[in-house]
Write a protein that binds this ligand. Sequence first.
Ligand code: ADP
Length: 703
Amino acid sequence: MLALSLLLTVCVSLLLNANVRARDQARFNNLVQSTSDRILRRLDTYIALLQGTEGLFATQQEVSPDEFSAFVQLFELQTHYPGIQGLGFSQRLSDEHHSIVLLEPRDSRNQAAMGYDMYSEPNRREAMARARDTGQPALSAKVTLKQEIHERKQAGFLLYLPVYRGGQTPATVEARREALVGFVYSPFRADDLLNGIFGIEHKPRVSFQVYDGTAVAPEHLLHVSHDPEALAREPMFTTTKTLTVAGRSWTLTFASLPSFDETASEFVVVPSLVAGVLVSLAFFFLTRAQVRAREAAERSTDELRVALAERARVEVQLREADRRKDDFLAMLAHELRNPLAPVLTAVQLMERKLQSGLSTEREREVVERQVHHMRRLVDDLLDVSRVTRGKIHLQKRPVELVAAVGRAVESARPFAESREHTLRVELPRGPLWMEADPVRLEQVLSNLLHNAAKYSEPGGRITLTLAREAGEAVVRVADTGMGIPAEALPHLFEPFMQVARTLDQAQGGLGLGLTLVKRLVEMHGGRVEVASEGVGQGSVFSVRLPLLPAERIPAEPEEERLEQDVPEESRRVLVVDDNEDAAEMLGEVLEMDGHRVTVVHDGMAALECLDALQPEVVFLDIGLPGMDGYEVARRIRQRTTGAGLRLVAITGYGQASDRKRSREAGFDAHLVKPVELDAVRALVADLGRLPGQRECTFNVTSG
Ligand code: ADP
């Protein structure tokens, strides 16, 4: 913008300059012309003076010095013809000799010239010959006058006019030469003449130099109008002009003087340029200030827009976080209320039953199971919080992965089987060692297996693969379940992330399991990834863990720390009860004691697995649906395999008639619900000795 306006200013100034210069040039030219004119006019006047003098000689044969003096005085030379040195007559003595015979005024200078033969000097001779031959006035080249008797000499020249006999100019050159009497002439001191013409100008605006002839050379210099010092400055205008005066050329060089230059272009152009530049600058700064203000406004608008967008983004995030928090609280409430409802019911029931002397074992079990579930939820919550705050410290030691995977599979298997999934495990040939906290490592793996079972429709397939890949151990848990939509994959490991919250609420969960998995795996120096082809396409979770370098693998195989105490004798036990909770609980207790337990829920199933299992003890509920416990007992006893086993009746009825009936059906023992664990343990452990039958109460809440 500034450049443009300055360019414009410069253009305008240049234009103005050109204009002004053209005008100044014209003014200068005028000055030159008027100067030349004044010189020419003055010389013309002198020619006219000579012509008048020539008239004197034409009319008189002899002109005496006094007559001549009187004649010259008429002209008042000093007054009217300033600069003229004198007026004289040079007489022709012969063709080659001439002599100044008359010269007025008779001052000392002119006296010095009297009698001088001007024809003897080439410059004068040339002019005299020219005047003689042409009959015209002739100006001589530069000479030093005879009058220059003083030290300060001036350049001079002479003006001749031929005087012929008879006063007429003969027609031919020969005749002119022949008729020539002499010349009326005027000597001029150049400086005196020209200073006389121009006088002392008040404020001269041009200087000029007059050269004799056409060459501008010092030897031809006739006059310098001004002290050269004044011209030291480069003049704005210069020009050269040739004047022709009485058949001789003078060359005049002109230069403008500072007095002219100052009034010329500078006066206009410089102020106009300065003014233009100032205006441009003012315009520029004004415009720039405006542009800057606009830019600043635009910038702040942009910043505002960015800030608003950022704020909107943060708001969305906050809303999302808020929504997740609300969702989480709702879910937490739901997850906690879920187990609380049966707990509350159980407690109320217990109260009533205690009042009526009934057993509250079932309720206690319910409470225990639900509390256990709640504890898992709270543990997850605490674990995540602890892991996030870096409060979990791993108890690392060399761990063999094949064994660790095996333990995790075993802990997850019951749940997987309860959902009728097939669980396949593919293990590498050799052992894989890593440094890990075995408890946390198994927590990771069982969590993944648990999820695989939880998020697959019953009857799915779960495959766990452990392999060594590129120096790492890789555990893959793949399922054929509901899969994960692509958009959820990147967020799956975030806290409280749940894709299908409504699904399978019965299993519960807070959306923290995978967060925990990820953090724990990372604490082990590994990483976890998830892949899924999409909804309904199953999922694959891969955990990559660093392996222990060969030199750090312990020589002694790791002892199974978690292995439970194996009792002296491990029995094969079959539990038959349609009350699943009761059956599972009993099975679990016995398993914990180291027995191999199979649980079934009806008589037919019991009979079917009898041959395969070869149980040593069977706990058989009497009140089974379809075929009751007595019938099942009878059938077992009829089979050869049933001969040596111990049959224990479990029933809510403990009357003597009931015991009798069970004994008849082939039972070895009769336990009344809720059974006492010690009695159960004793019946299994000591097969040789039957403990006495004990009466217990049992509250049946499920079929
Ligand atoms: P929770 O199971 O308590 O909801 P998790 O952190 O274990 O929390 O899992 C987060 C979510 O990831 C689950 O709610 C579920 O939507 C999804 N998810 C986890 N494992 C699987 C899987 N094997 N198949 C499909 N979805 C899964």
